[in-house]
Design a protein around this ligand. Structure first.
Ligand SMILES: NC(=O)c1ccc[n+]([C@@H]2O[C@H](COP(=O)([O-])OP(=O)(O)OC[C@H]3O[C@@H](n4cnc5c(N)ncnc54)[C@H](O)[C@@H]3O)[C@@H](O)[C@H]2O)c1
Length: 398
């Protein structure tokens, strides 16, 4: 595909993708020619996945997804819908995001019974009532605040959503007898250097402790790094710059990041969830193998070519220089948590520090109080006390 893009660009030809032959099994299908997506070029060789694990986990079950309209949540919803759940319950705070995924489901999966719920995971009473009514069997928690600089400037809001929202969902799972909750986390929770990562680490710690406590619900946490094309990531930014005729701005010619496509990340999340449910590795955390890093300038060049334009000739690439605290190469730090392989390619298992639940709950109560009083200083001090490895640095790029 990469070779074809290079050759056609040289010849000034457009390149497009025909539907698969199997798509024509559907008599409604018309001949639709699709543009090549940047994911087609940068997506690495896919790990071979066995569908039986995810099918066994979700088929015929009542599945609830929080943050169902977000980048990760909406892809989870799409892939889960394909596994024929008994019912899909979409929980989302943004009406527009919920509307969009709900419409898509109506069109693509009309047979899947579903309910779209506008709800905020911070709202404990609403969440408890919803869980009592719907009695989900499987819960994926993907609602979060994820933009590092924004959460840095709004730490109380970060704690309220990422830490207490997750605690509310976890507690509701136990109360409603949910079989398993999958906590979507991020590499940024490992030895966090920003508030977003630290608030997610708190959520992870709580879920790990509940998992070990063994109250009937399994808690499976899955961490991964940047996903290509998610909201606010570099791909939509480059697309907007391209639409405006350029230039495309890249911080540094050598800048590299790890990327996975959303589809691949979510496929692996479903695999890891099925693996977690079938195994006894309580208190551990699954980590997706992010593969090799991608040079951001190569990504920019590919995107310019895919738009039928020539890099540096039709669209300029400008280097803006590193911002304070920004790193050229992203390292995936695991600290003392060096993950080990599992029986599934692409999925590793880490053993992060465990917390003592009673003590941790007392710390969370104090933190909740500080948030209620909007006391930023105490909030940050308490986050640091509960996550001793948290070392706040200058803003990092998302
Ligand atoms: N996108 C990535 O590259 C990536 C990579 C690794 C991990 N993750 C993790 O996945 C999670 C989701 O990220 P995303 O990229 O899908 O973000 P996103 O912003 O696209 O989606 C989050 C969704 O949650 C909803 N939401 C936010 N607060 C809520 C609340 N209080 N109640 C209910 N809904 C709420 C938002 O409206 C949004 O639709 C985050 O924890 C993030 O750290 C994302």
């Amino acid at each position: 595909m990469r070779w074809l893009v290079d050759v056609t660009a040289e010849l000034g030809l457009a390149l497009a993708r025909l539907p698969r032959m199997t798509d024509f099994n559907d008599p409604q299908q018309r001949l639709q020619i699709n543009p090549i997506a940047v994911e087609d070029l940068l997506g690495r060789a896919q790990v071979v996945l066995d569908r039986s694990g995810p099918v066994g986990m979700a088929k015929g079950r009542r599945v609830l997804v929080t943050g169902a309209g977000g980048s990760i949540g909406s892809e989870l919803v799409r892939q889960l819908a394909d596994l024929e759940p008994a019912r899909l319950i979409l929980v989302e705070a943004s009406e527009y995001a919920l509307y969009t995924i709900d419409m898509e489901l109506a069109e693509r999966f009309p047979a899947v019974d579903r309910r779209a719920v506008i709800a905020n995971v911070r709202d404990r009473a609403v969440i408890d009532a919803l869980f009592a009514e719907e009695k989900p069997e499987l819960v994926f928690h993907a609602a979060a605040l994820k933009h590092v600089p924004l959460v840095e400037d709004n730490p109380v809001e970060g704690v309220r959503t990422n830490t207490f929202g997750s605690r509310n969902i976890a507690d509701a799972c136990i109360a409603a007898g949910v079989a398993a909750m999958v906590m979507i986390s991020t590499d940024k929770a490992v030895n966090p250097t920003n508030v977003m990562g630290a608030t997610k680490r708190l959520a992870e710690s709580y879920c790990q402790a509940l998992d070990l406590e063994g109250r009937g619900t399994r808690f499976i946490t899955v961490r991964f790094g940047n996903v290509l094309g998610s909201t606010g990531s570099v791909v939509p930014r480059f697309q907007a710059q391209l639409r405006a005729g350029g230039p495309i701005t890249v911080t540094h010619p050598e800048m590299e990041r790890f990327f996975m496509t959303i589809r691949e990340a979510v496929e692996l999340v479903l695999q890891a969830s099925a693996l977690g449910i079938s195994q006894h590795d309580e208190g551990k955390i699954y980590v997706l193998d992010m593969g090799k890093p991608v040079k951001i300038v190569d990504l920019a060049r590919q995107m310019i070519r895919l738009a039928g334009l020539r890099p540096d000739k039709d669209v300029a690439i400008e280097f803006t220089g590193l911002r304070p605290g920004e790193k050229l190469f992203e390292e995936i730090f695991h600290g003392g948590e060096q993950p080990v392989p599992t029986r599934q390619d692409g999925i590793l298992l880490a053993s992060p520090r465990l917390v003592q639940l009673d003590e941790f709950r007392a710390g969370l109560a104090a933190l909740e109080d500080a948030c209620r009083h909007r006391d930023e200083g105490t909030t940050l001090a308490l986050v640091k006390r509960l996550v001793p490895e948290f070392e706040r640095m200058v803003h990092e790029p998302t």
